[in-house]
Design a binder for this molecule. Structure first.
Ligand code: HGY
Ligand code: MN
Ligand code: MN
Length: 415
C-alpha cells in the first residue's frame, strides 16, 4: 500500500478542526456555540479553496457543493455532524465531513467531475447535548423539523429560536431547508464505529446495514425539600433517593433484556445543598434497541417500575418522551456500492448494525442512505481517548473515492 497521503491530509484537517472548542483544554463543540461558528468559518474556507460553493442554512448547517459535469444532474450528499458531546473525541462526526472534503479535494485537483453533483453536509446538531432533542439539522433537511423545538431551552434558559438568531440564522427560513428527494441520489456517511468490533476483527472499515432506534425521556421526580437535620427519615419524600431507586430499576430492566441499552447520562438535583433534603431531581433516559418493538417493551417496563417507586415513596413522577428516532435500515443498493468499493480497494467489508445513532437515521426518510464505519482504537468514543490511525483514515478516503467513481450509471437518474 502506498504512502497514506490522503489519510495524512484528513488527519491534519481533523487536528486543526479539533481546535474549535467551547471548553479550554478539551473538545466540546455545542450546537450554535462560538466553537460551532468558528468551525464552520474555517470549514467554509477549506471548502472554497477546493472549489466548492458554500452555504449555511437557517439551522446553521454548512454545505459545500461540487458541481457535476452535467447541468441538472442529481446530487449525492456526503455528510455527518460537527457538534460533539462534552469532553469529546475529535473523530465522532467530523471524520465523515472531512473525509468527504478530502475526497472532493482529490477530484478537484484532477479536474475530475462526476455525473452527479456532490454536496458535503456538516450538520450542527446530532448529539443533542445543548437542547433536549437531537438530529435537529438532519431532520430539517428531510423536511421533518418540529417547530415546537424552537421553544426548547438550553441549560442557560436560552430558547433554540433565540440561539439561532444570536448565531445569525433566521428561524422563519427553516421551512426552506427541506430537500426534494427526486433530486437526490442518496446520502453517504463515513463514521467511526464507536464500538470494538472492527478493532477486534483487525479490519479497517465495515458497512452499516441498520442503525438502532432511540428514545430519550426527560424525567422529573418531585418530592419535598426539607432540613437535613430535623426531618425524621420516616417523614421524608426525598426526590434523590427515589430517583436513585428508579435509575437502578432502569439498569436492572435493561440488563435483563437481551438487546436493550439504557443510559441515564444527565441528572440535576435541586435545591442541591448538602443540608437540604432534595426536593426535585431531573434526569435523562436514553433507551435503544435494534428494533422498536423491543425498545418500547422495555420502556413500558421502565415506566411501570418508576411509577411503582413514586407511589411507594410518595413523590410525584413526570416523564415525557423528548426525542424518538426509529430503527432505520440502510439502502441495500448504497450498501452494496460501498461493499464493492471496499472490496475493490482490497479490504474485507464486514456488515454491521450501528448501536449509535447517526444523521443517516434522519436522512433515511428523504433518500437512500449508506454508512461506512471506520475502526477506532478499542472502540472508544465520546471520550478524548477516541483515536483513528492515519492508515485507516487513508483507507476510508480511498474507498469513498472508489465509491464515487464506481457509482453505477444505472442509478444516476433523477428519481
Ligand atoms: O448518541 C449517539 O448514539 C450518537 O453518538 N449521537
Ligand atoms: Mn456521531
Ligand atoms: Mn456521538
Amino acid at each position: 500500500m502506498g504512502e497514506p497521503v490522503l489519510g495524512r491530509r484528513l488527519m491534519a484537517l481533523l487536528d486543526l478542526f479539533a481546535r474549535h472548542s467551547d471548553d479550554a483544554g478539551k473538545l466540546t463543540r455545542l450546537y450554535l456555540s462560538p466553537a460551532h461558528k468558528s468551525a464552520i468559518a474555517e470549514l467554509s474556507g477549506w471548502m472554497r479553496a477546493a472549489g466548492l460553493a458554500v452555504a449555511v442554512d437557517a439551522l446553521g448547517t454548512l454545505t459545500g457543493r461540487y458541481e457535476s459535469a452535467q447541468p441538472g444532474a442529481p446530487t449525492l450528499l456526503i455528510g455527518s455532524h460537527i457538534d460533539t458531546v462534552r469532553d469529546a473525541g475529535r473523530y465522532d462526526g467530523a471524520l465523515g465531513v472531512l473525509a468527504g472534503l478530502v475526497a472532493v479535494e482529490e477530484l478537484a485537483s484532477r479536474s475530475e467531475r462526476m455525473p452527479f453533483a456532490i454536496e458535503i453536509v456538516a450538520f450542527g446538531d446530532e448529539e443533542g447535548v445543548r437542547f433536549p432533542t437531537t438530529l435537529l439539522s438532519s431532520r430539517a433537511l428531510a423536511g421533518r423539523f418540529d417547530s415546537a423545538c424552537l421553544d426548547m431551552r438550553d441549560a442557560q434558559g436560552i430558547t433554540l429560536r433565540q440561539a439561532l438568531v444570536d448565531f445569525g440564522c433566521d428561524p422563519e427560513q427553516i421551512g426552506a431547508i427541506a430537500r426534494r428527494s427526486d433530486h437526490l441520489l442518496g446520502y453517504v456517511e463515513v463514521h467511526i464505529e464507536q464500538g470494538p468490533t472492527l478493532a477486534e476483527a483487525r479490519k479497517p472499515v465495515g458497512v452499516v446495514t441498520a442503525i438502532a432506534g432511540a428514545k430519550r425521556l426527560s424525567v422529573d421526580v418531585i418530592g419535598k425539600a426539607g432540613h437535613a437535620g430535623t426531618v425524621p427519615m420516616r417523614l421524608r419524600r426525598d426526590a434523590l433517593a427515589a430517583a436513585s431507586e428508579m435509575i437502578l430499576a432502569i439498569e436492572r430492566i435493561a440488563r435483563a433484556a437481551a438487546n436493550i441499552v439504557a443510559t441515564v447520562g444527565n441528572a440535576a438535583i435541586s435545591p442541591g445543598a448538602p443540608n437540604v433534603i432534595p426536593g426535585k431531581v431531573s434526569f435523562s433516559v436514553d433507551l435503544r434497541a435494534p428494533n422498536d418493538a423491543d425498545r418500547d417493551a422495555a420502556l413500558s417496563g421502565i415506566s411501570q417500575a418508576m411509577e411503582e417507586i413514586a407511589r411507594k415513596r410518595g413523590v410525584r413522577l413526570e416523564s415525557q418522551i423528548v426525542h424518538e428516532t426509529p430503527a432505520v435500515a440502510c439502502s441495500p443498493s448504497m450498501t452494496e456500492c460501498l461493499t464493492q468499493a471496499i472490496r475493490r480497494q482490497g479490504f474485507p467489508a464486514p456488515m454491521m448494525v450501528s448501536g449509535a445513532g447517526h444523521d443517516a437515521s434522519a436522512v433515511a426518510s428523504l433518500c437512500p442512505v449508506g454508512m461506512m464505519f471506520v475502526r477506532c482504537a478499542g472502540g472508544i468514543s465520546h471520550s478524548p481517548e477516541e483515536s483513528v490511525t492515519t492508515e485507516d483514515a487513508d483507507v476510508c478516503v480511498r474507498v469513498l473515492l472508489d465509491f464515487l467513481r464506481g457509482f453505477p450509471e444505472s442509478k444516476i437518474r433523477v428519481r
